[in-house]
Design a protein around this ligand. Structure first.
Ligand code: HPA
Ligand code: ZN
Length: 354
C-alpha cells in the first residue's frame, strides 16, 4: 500500500478507466453463486481441481502462466451469466467499485460473441449492460461508454454475425455501442482478421481500438493502426520499436496500460518493468487500468498505487496521466472540461506533495 497522503491523493484523483472487461469483474464468489442460481455446470473438480471451491479458484488465479491460461478460466467464468439482470448486476457491481476508486468516466468492454455462442441473445446481453451503465450514470454521476470486443479465438464469421446484430439494432446510430475493440488470444490468429469489419465500421465513423502488444510483438500494434484503430489496449511492447513509438506520440494515440494484469499474465516480472517511465519521457499518452480486476487481484486504484510504488511519480506526472486520460476519452468537450476542472481542483488540494 502506498503512503497514506499519497494514497489519498491517488484515490481522489479523478480517473477515466478505458480498459476493463465487464466479464472480468466476475469474482469467484459470484461465479459460484450465479452457477447455482442459473443451474450452470462448472467444470468437475475431479478433472479441474481449481473448481473445488471459491478458495481453490481464487488460489489458481494467482498462478496464471500466460494470456491463454487466463483466458481458459475467464471464458468458463462468464458462462454463468444468463439473465438480463445478471449482466446488469455485474456492471453495477463494477461501477460501484470504480466510483469508490475515484473513477468519473468509464469505457467498458464486453464480449457478446462468447455469450451468443452458448445461446444467449445479443439483445439480452446488451440490455443488461446498458441498464448497469444507466444506473451508474443516474446514481453515481459517472459517464459511461460501451465498447463491444470481438474475440480472436472464434472464427471471423462469428464476429460478422455479431457485427450484423449491431447494425440490425441500429446500436451505432443510437450510441448504445460507442466503439469496437478486439481481444482474446493475441499470438496465433491472423493479425488482420477484422480488416473488413473495421473498414466498414470506420466508414460509419465508429471509434476503434484493439488489444495489441500485450504478448505479441509491435507488428500487432502496427496492423491494428493500419486497420483503423485510434487507440491501443495494452501496447507495452511498443518500446521495442522506437520508430513506431514516435508515430504513436505524433498521432496522439492512447495506450490503455494495465500494470497488474501484465504482471499476473507474466508479460513482465514486476510493475517496475511496465514501461511507464519510458512512455512518460517519450510523450506517449497512456491511461492506467484494471483489465480484469476479479482475476488480477486489483481494481483501478490498486493499479495506480502499484505504479506509484514502482515509479514514485510526481504530482505533476500524475496530473499529466489524468489529463491525458480525459483528453483521449471518447466523450464530448463539455464533459472533458468538467473533468479537467475536477483534476485541477484536486491537484490544488494536494499542493504540499509537490
Ligand atoms: N487480453 C486479451 N484478451 C482479454 C484480456 C486481455 O488482457 N482480458 C480479457 N480478455
Ligand atoms: Zn483487456
Amino acid at each position: 500500500m502506498c503512503q497514506s497522503t499519497w494514497h489519498d491523493f491517488l484515490r481522489g484523483l479523478p480517473k477515466c478507466e478505458h480498459h476493463v472487461h465487464l466479464e472480468g469483474c466476475l469474482t469467484p464468489e459470484l461465479i459460484f453463486s450465479l452457477a447455482a442460481k442459473n443451474q450452470v455446470q462448472l467444470p468437475d473438480a475431479a478433472t479441474n481441481p481449481a473448481y473445488e471451491s471459491i478458495e481453490t479458484l481464487t488460489a489458481r488465479y494467482g498462478n496464471f502462466t500466460s494470456l491463454d491460461d487466463f483466458l481458459h478460466f475467464y471464458f468458463i467464468g462468464m458462462s454463468v451469466l444468463n439473465q438480463e439482470s445478471d449482466f446488469a448486476d455485474l456492471a453495477w457491481a463494477y461501477f460501484q467499485k470504480a466510483h469508490a476508486d475515484g473513477v468519473h468516466h468509464a469505457e467498458v468492454f464486453f464480449d457478446p460473441q462468447v455469450h451468443q455462442d452458448r445461446g444467449i441473445p445479443y439483445e439480452t446481453i446488451v440490455a443488461g449492460f446498458v441498464a448497469g451503465c444507466k444506473r451508474a450514470e443516474a446514481e453515481l454521476g459517472l459517464s459511461t461508454r460501451l465498447i463491444l470486443c470481438f474475440v480472436r479465438h472464434l472464427p471471423v464469421a462469428s464476429a460478422e454475425k455479431t457485427y450484423q446484430d449491431i447494425l440490425d439494432s441500429r446500436h451505432f446510430e443510437s450510441d448504445v455501442i460507442h466503439g469496437l475493440g478486439w481481444s482474446s488470444t493475441e499470438v496465433g490468429p491472423p493479425k488482420d482478421m477484422y480488416r473488413d469489419i473495421y473498414a466498414s465500421a470506420a466508414q460509419r465513423g465508429v471509434r476503434l481500438t484493439a488489444h495489441a502488444g500485450e504478448e505479441g510483438d509491435p507488428t500487432h500494434i502496427s496492423v491494428a493502426l493500419e486497420l483503423g484503430a485510434t487507440r491501443i489496449d495494452h501496447g507495452i511492447r511498443l518500446v521495442e520499436d522506437p520508430v513506431l513509438m514516435q508515430r504513436i506520440v505524433d498521432e496522439g494515440i492512447l495506450l490503455t496500460v494495465c500494470p497488474l494484469s501484465n504482471v499476473q499474465l507474466k508479460c513482465v516480472k514486476s510493475v517496475a518493468e511496465v514501461p511507464i517511465r519510458t512512455f512518460l519521457d517519450a510523450g506517449v499518452k497512456f491511461s492506467i487500468n484494471s483489465d480484469d480486476p476479479a482475476y488480477f487481484g486489483g481494481y483501478i486504484l490498486d493499479n495506480y498505487c502499484a505504479v506509484h510504488e514502482a515509479f514514485a511519480l510526481s504530482v505533476d506526472e500524475w496530473r499529466t496521466i489524468a489529463v491525458n486520460s480525459v483528453s483521449e476519452s471518447w466523450i464530448g468537450e463539455e464533459r472533458k472540461k468538467e473533468l479537467f476542472e475536477s483534476i485541477d481542483a484536486h491537484v490544488l488540494k494536494f499542493a504540499e506533495l509537490v
